[in-house]
Each structure stands twice: as structure tokens, then as C-alpha cells.
Design a protein around this ligand. Sequence first.
Ligand code: D5M
Ligand code: FE
Ligand code: ZN
Length: 481
Amino acid sequence: MYYVTLLKEEVSSAITYALSKGFQIHPDAFKILERIDSKELQTIIKQIVREKAKQNLFLINQSDLKMFVESEVDENIENHHVIMFDPTRKVTSAEGIDGFTSLFSSRYSKLLKIMMQRAQSRKITPIANATDSKLKDEAYIAGLLMDRKIDRDVTKLLIDDPTGSLEVLVFNKEIQEIANSLLIDQFVMISIGNGKNGGFFAREIIVPDIPDHVSNRSKTESYAVLISDMHVGSRYFMEKEFTDFVSWLSSPDPVARKVRFVLVCGDIVDGIGIFPNQDKELLLMDIDQQMAKATELLDKIPKHIKVFIIPGNHDPGRRALPQPAIPEKHNMHLWNRENFFMLGNPSMLELNGVKILMFHGQSLDDVVGSTPGLSYAQPAKAMRALLKTRHLSPIYGKRTPIAPELEDFMVISEVPDIYHSGHIHVVDLEMYKGTLIVNSGAWQSQTPFQASVGINPTPGIAVIVNLATMKVFTKDFTEEQ
Ligand code: D5M
Ligand code: FE
Ligand code: ZN
């Protein structure tokens, strides 16, 4: 045992343990034992001994240990972050009708400002003036779509601006297609003409949309990993796959070595009382137990990776949008970590210069539910529809609760390079006018509710973006690693 006595105490006791269980240690494995965190070594050896004994294998070799070796973090890879917007300290929530009025008036003026970048915006007439007089040839109105009726061959749009309301008829088939895909309460600009029997008809409908743009890039090759919807505490939470994902972040895999950011887009836990009879689907019946478990799992993410977490509709805290960060009392541990950032929903970040909009995505239910041609199978298309309205949750008073804030924080004022949502539990990627749209799936297998409404989730997959090239790919942790 001459060999052993030269080693650190923790190393020699780990070796003694393995030998006592009838194991041999390959000389190559010996060489890397000292490079493993000595505090963890005993646990690691015990785990390897247990696993290999089950398979009747009694030799520990280098490949068993490699993943536990602490490798140096490359300090040349940038990990710069700026939190550009976080609603946590901004939410006030005005009450009742006053709040609703100010929310919509803020929405109108923010979107009008975005629209001002278009040449046609110079021809905008206040609705009060449009109804007073005979129109000039090219008159535009701009406002929020309050209502839409489809009567046989005619679509009727009711538009509001701060000066009044106007009904616009759409006869043209092509324009009708646009009119019928608009989301209620979204901002639109419409070129109108005087109809034959009084009234107004639409010549053209313009939505705010985003401009074609070249996205910002990181100067050094670095990766952001996008995930969401773990639903810790649910019977359907895929703990093994999620743990494998977290271990991968510390592995010697060349991509993993360059990951500097992990973005978690809501539904961290399954919550309590979120839907009827939820308790039948829970393993952990207490919100703090659920958060503690989530914390324990996330805590294994190595310290050189920055983790940004926003809440979803299952997490503790306010339910109405915009949501402040998950309250500190539920997860003091994560709040106090240097590499963890607890943010609100939605939030905007800049990671190595790349602008990323994070929004859990509750409103996608209303978008899919009200737009012909959209489905849960392709959430990126529904996300694109929101991007075109330059608003994350326009539809007021349906399934998505929206707080009557004085300012509308859900307007997409700045064009993101990456637009990240979850909620639908289906991984879907799309490039739209220079913005990478990502729906990051889930770590929860199909629930009875999802089965009953025909939602087929694609859980256990991480979305990985190279911030230097904007190339994106997925890594499936349901496959044998
Ligand atoms: O949402 C999980 C999935 O369930 C996601 O695909 C949206 C869908 N979902 C959620 N609520 C509803 C309702 N009320 N009707 C139809 N589909 C719904 P999660 O937020 O994780 O529960
Ligand atoms: Fe979810
Ligand atoms: Zn959700």
C-alpha cells in the first residue's frame, strides 16, 4: 500500500473503500483521482461502486471518473450580462376601470411611437376627424382593435383611438385574411376610404411588426442554454433527465465547457391549486418543498454559469401579467446566489451583447385559441404572431390574467435578437426577420390534461444557442447519454 500513503487522505480513503468492496482501480483512473473535488470524492466512489457492482463489473477505469474531474474554466470566454428590463420593482397595478383605461392608453402611445418609423404614419388622422369630414385620398387611422365581427362576406373591425371609435368594413379577400388574423386589443393602422352607403372600408391594414435586422453577436464563442417548464413537484417531472442535463453542464463536453448562461423561462415548480384536483398529480404537496427541491437541482449548475429565472403561471407570486420575480421568501437560497438572477415575467436581457426577451408565454393559449391556422404543435408560429403585434399579451379578458398597470410593460418596444418562451411544452424554433424565436419545451412528461386536449409535449430537450453565430441546436436528454 506504499502507493496509497503518498496520496491525500480523502483519496486514499476512497481507494481503500473501493478495494474493500472487491474493486480494482485501473492505473489511468489513479492518475485523475487527485483532480476530483476531495469533498465529493467519497460520495462519487460509493456511487460508482454501487452502480458497477449491480452490473457485476469490478474495475474502476478512467471513463468512470472523467466526468467528475474539475477542469479549468476558460476565463477568455465572455460572460457579460445586462438586465435591460425587469418588471419586478415596477408593477403597481392601478385598480378597476381607471387602470384598464391607462393600460390601453399607454399601449396606444407606445405602439404609435413604434409605428412612427413607417412612412405612412405621417398620414394618420385622429378618428374624431375621420368621422367629421369627407376623407382625403389616403387617410389612415391607428388604434386598438376592440372588436371584430365576421358577417358572411364582410369583416367588421371596431377601432379605438384616444379621440373616438370607428367601424371599418373589409370586403377585399386578401385584406380580410389579415383582418381575421388580427388579435383582439392589438394595435393596427388602417388605410380607410368612404363607403358608398356612408361608413368606411379598409384599403390596407398595417401591423406594427419588427423590421428585418442583423442580430447582435457575442465576440467570443459562448453558449446560452434555454429551458423552461420543469414543473418540479409534479408526478410527471422528469427528474432523471433534468439531473442528466445539469450534470452535462459540468461535463468535459466541448460545448458544455463554453456555456455561460442558462435561461429558465417559467413554470419552475408545479405549484399548488393551479388547476382542479391538482393534488392527485403532485409528489410534493407544499410550495416550499417544491421550491426547495428545484433549488437543490439547480444549485448543481456550476458557478461560472449565470442562471436567469422568470416565473410562469405555476410558480408562486402574483399570477397577473406582468409578474414580479418569484418572491424571495420561497427561495432565499437562489436569491442569495451570486450566479442566480431572479427576474420578472417578461424580462429583457443582454448577454454578451445579444438581446434576449424572456416571456413565459401564457397568452399563447389565447393566440392559438383565437387564430385560424395556429396550433399547439407549432408554438413558434404563435410566438411570431405576437412579435408582429409588438405585444406579448394583447388579448384582454380571456384566459390570460393581465394586471391593469398604469404603463403597458407587455409592449415589445425593443426588437429582440432572441425571443424565448415556454408554456406550450413543445420545442419549436424559427428564424423571423433576424430574430431567433425559441419555444424551449419542458421537463414534464404528458399530463392527463394535456392528453385530454391533444397536446403532445416534447420534454427532456435543451435548446442551445451559440451567441457568436446565432446557430441553434437541441440536445435530447431522453436518449441514453
Ligand atoms: O401549460 C401546459 C400546456 O397546457 C400548454 O401546452 C398550454 C396548455 N394549457 C394550459 N392551460 C390550458 C387551458 N385552460 N386550455 C387548454 N390548454 C391549456 P401549463 O402552464 O404548464 O399548465
Ligand atoms: Fe408549463
Ligand atoms: Zn405554463
